[in-house]
Design a protein around this ligand. Sequence first.
Ligand SMILES: [Zn+2]
Length: 78
Amino acid sequence: MSQQFGTFTASELYCPKCGRAQPVRERLLLVLHNGELHEFLCSRCATSLGKRTVTGPAVTPAARRPQLRPPRTRRLLR
Ligand SMILES: [Zn+2]
């Protein structure tokens, strides 16, 4: 699968240390059970400017859905 859907990345964020918007670098902070926590760092002074959680089916290996219910058989009445 090469398709990437809606990967929204902030290219610039305001950095209070630099006093202006700076291009940011994204880095993986930690891996959660339901996604990944990324952090945005100022590319100039490496101040943390924000975080975002990435959730998606791409992270978890093939979601297993236990099907406990037996498949319903539908009768056509008409
Ligand atoms: Zn900065």
